[in-house]
Design a protein around this ligand. Structure first.
Ligand code: SF4
Ligand code: SF4
Length: 471
């Protein structure tokens, strides 16, 4: 869509074309569509909800949440219904101390349909809804003014008597958003399509697809003064959404601060770090070990991972119920949470130009560090008793040779370095070292040495073999 040149936002231009509305469905109209449409979801849930006038800690007993789908695949809905901390069910039931219960109006989840489903929407448009509301958008906003030129629409949700002389016409998602956003307590975009335009706004798209922020403009503030809240991801981590909603509700309830958001409206505590910083494959990257193909266990940067420069928390949060997530499941990061997705990350699954330099650097550093770590790791995999006795009595392993000259020498230096900082140590011989290690000599243990550090099996005096000043 061409940027506005007259200072109006796309939402303002759309409403100017459509004009105000003042006709609504007759209350007697229910709408069936062959579904159990006569039941109101709110009426079904309310009797079992925990958030009541007696359990609430703030002024709000409930908050309506209107969920809209723009150009979406419904993946955000799938993610959110799988969230666990907190879960959608617990929010609907008001099961969290202090939180108002959420009355969800979701076109897929709710049981009512037709005019019955749209009743609360209409009341919100008229300003007579019985509680505050938030609006939630998954999928990108389309430019309906393009579709209007040929008499059609891109994305609709329900019909209202808003046509000429009260004729029913399809109401687009854009129109609902444009009418409801000014009165909403908060406007929340979920998923990369809604937050940044996403795949529907990629190069060549014919719909003028854009984000909620682009649609409402930078001066948009909710009824409580909050700009658009953005929770990106394709699909997003469901917990990122429910946790943010809970944080916003605590704020609305007056018992929590406004959660911290970054300059793009993302929850700062969720999107402040890169994928790479919490990746399960990060140590492979650091040691210069890179996967050659998918299925390998090492770092995926050379086969197309953008993790080092992408803000996303899936590596610490998991995809669902703290499990899964891209690198955990073997996938490289293609930057799906980012405003530049997808155009700035294509072609997918090829090494990004910037990572060639950093991976070459870690390969050099890892070539030095990794062998040294292997030596220390082998040393730490031995009991101090085995060091003294020169053998590992394991029935599981093949015969383990003693450390070679190089490993032994490196480790001796390493140990001296380590112990140099131990200011609490008495000047006695340290337990667990063979005498030649302690003295710095190269000879094998002798009978005289054993008198200083008797082998446990040789002791006859019942002592632990330490001299008094070794404690
Ligand atoms: S797989 Fe990606 S995110 Fe993980 S360590 Fe490698 S580059 Fe970083
Ligand atoms: S790791 Fe990358 S591809 Fe995976 S969810 Fe996060 S941003 Fe998207």
């Amino acid at each position: 869509m061409a940027p506005s040149t007259d200072g109006r936002t796309p939402a303002e231009r759309l409403l100017e074309i459509l004009g105000p509305v003042n006709r609504f469905h007759d209350r007697a109209e229910l709408g069936d569509f062959g579904m159990p449409a006569r039941a109101m979801t709110e009426h079904l849930v309310e009797p079992v909800a925990r958030g009541t006038v007696t359990s609430r800690l703030g002024p709000l007993e409930k908050v309506h949440a209107f969920w809209f789908a723009g150009m979406s695949c419904d993946g955000c809905s799938v993610s959110v219904t799988g969230a666990t901390t907190p879960s959608v069910e617990s929010l609907l039931l008001g099961a969290h101390p202090g939180l108002p219960r959420v009355v969800l109006h979701h076109p897929v989840i709710n049981v009512e349909s037709g005019p019955n489903y749209l009743r609360a929407h209409e009341e919100a448009v008229q300003g007579v809804l019985d509680a505050p509301y938030v609006i939630i958008l998954e999928g990108s906003i389309t430019d309906e003014t393009i579709a209007m030129q040929t008499g059609g629409y891109w994305v609709g949700q329900g019909e209202e008597p808003w046509g000429p002389d009260g004729a029913h016409r399809t109401v687009t998602t854009d129109e609902w958003i444009a009418r409801l956003a000014p009165g909403a307590a908060a406007s929340i975009a979920i998923g990369t399509c809604a937050t940044w335009g996403g795949i529907p706004s990629a190069e060549g798209n014919p719909t003028g697809a854009m984000s909620l922020m682009d649609f409402l403009g930078k001066d948009y503030r909710s009824a409580l003064g909050v700009p658009v809240v953005n929770i990106p991801g394709c699909a997003p981590v469901g917990d990122n959404f429910t946790e943010t909603v809970a944080a916003v509700l605590y704020f609305l309830q007056g018992i929590g601060p406004l959660p911290e958001f970054d300059e793009l409206g993302r929850p700062a505590w969720l999107f402040g770090d890169t994928v790479h910083r919490h990746c399960v494959r990060g140590a492979y990257y650091e040691e210069g070990d890179f996967a050659a193909e998918f299925g390998d266990k090492e770092c995926l940067v050379e086969i197309g991972c953008w993790g080092p420069v992408v803000n996303c928390n899936i590596t610490e949060r998991g995809a669902i119920n703290h499990h899964g997530g891209c690198m955990n499941a073997g996938g490289a990061c293609i930057g799906c949470t980012m405003p530049g997705f997808p155009d700035k990350f294509t072609p997918f699954y090829t090494q990004s130009p910037g990572s060639a330099l950093s991976s070459a650097a870690t390969r050099i550093m890892g070539g030095v560090i990794k062998p040294l770590r292997n030596i220390t790791n082998a040393h730490l995999n031995r009991e101090v008793r085995w060091d003294r006795e020169g053998s590992v009595p394991s029935g599981w392993s093949r015969e383990k040779s003693e450390p070679g000259f190089v490993a032994e020498t490196i480790h001796r230096f390493y140990d001296r370095f380590r112990l140099a900082a131990d200011t609490s140590r008495n000047p006695a011989q340290p337990w667990g070292k063979r005498p030649e290690q302690v003295s710095g000599g190269s000879r094998m243990a002798t009978a005289a040495d054993d008198r200083v550090h008797p082998r446990q099996s040789d002791r006859t005096d019942g002592s632990d073999g330490h001299r008094p000043d070794e404690n």
